[in-house]
Write a protein that binds this ligand. Structure first.
Ligand code: PRP
Length: 176
């Protein structure tokens, strides 16, 4: 058990006011990723609740989700698949639309990114309204995968994301 992790991460997450729009307090995780020791501890802690849960694939969300999802997939010895904004994936894809804290968007997954029976962990840096993660879960289900859980670095618990996804499926290192 990595006892000081929460304090160490909290000290490094940088608050940026009015980004990307006025009124949004942006949680910048790049200082966490810049510290090699802290980065490793974060990856380990985000993977830990899902060890022994027979995860077969990690699906992570563009763009900051990739930075955490890929090392978590390696830590769990699973494959990795990127969920990307529309028009970014080269191969045949499935699509889901969603509304964001600030705007509307869509997400796509390659149609062979997840197979029927896959046990999937969805990873992102931050959970806000849950729209992004819920759309990712719908993509996984569309392809016949089972969403075992969600792992976030940060959860904004003054927003309804956690309940929306099913609180028992959601793990977050830090909550605000
Ligand atoms: C942020 C964050 C999550 C999403 C969470 O991504 O990285 O993916 O918003 O919001 P929600 O829970 O309200 O859906 P952003 O849209 O800023 O994309 P980016 O990582 O590509 O910059």
């Amino acid at each position: 058990h990595d006892s000081n992790l929460l304090e160490d991460v909290k000290a490094r997450v940088r608050d940026v006011p009015d980004f990307p729009k006025p009124g949004i307090l942006f949680k910048d995780v790049t200082p966490v990723l810049a510290d090699p020791h802290l980065f490793g501890r974060v990856v380990n802690a985000m993977a830990a609740p899902f060890r022994g849960r027979h995860i077969t694939k990690v699906v992570a969300v563009e763009a900051r989700g990739f930075l955490l999802g890929a090392p978590i997939a390696l830590a769990l010895h699973t494959g990795f698949a990127p969920a990307r904004k529309p028009g970014k994936l080269p191969y045949k894809s499935v699509m889901e639309r969603y509304s964001l804290e600030y705007g509307d968007d869509g997400l796509q997954l390659h149609e062979d990114a997840v197979s029927r029976g896959d046990r999937v962990l969805i990873v992102d840096d931050l959970l806000a309204t849950g729209g992004t993660a819920a759309a990712t879960a719908r993509l996984v289900s569309k392809l016949g995968g089972e969403v075992v859980g969600f792992s976030f670095l940060i959860s904004l618990d003054f927003l309804p994301g956690r309940e929306r996804l099913g609180a028992e499926k959601v793990c977050a290192l830090l909550s605000y």
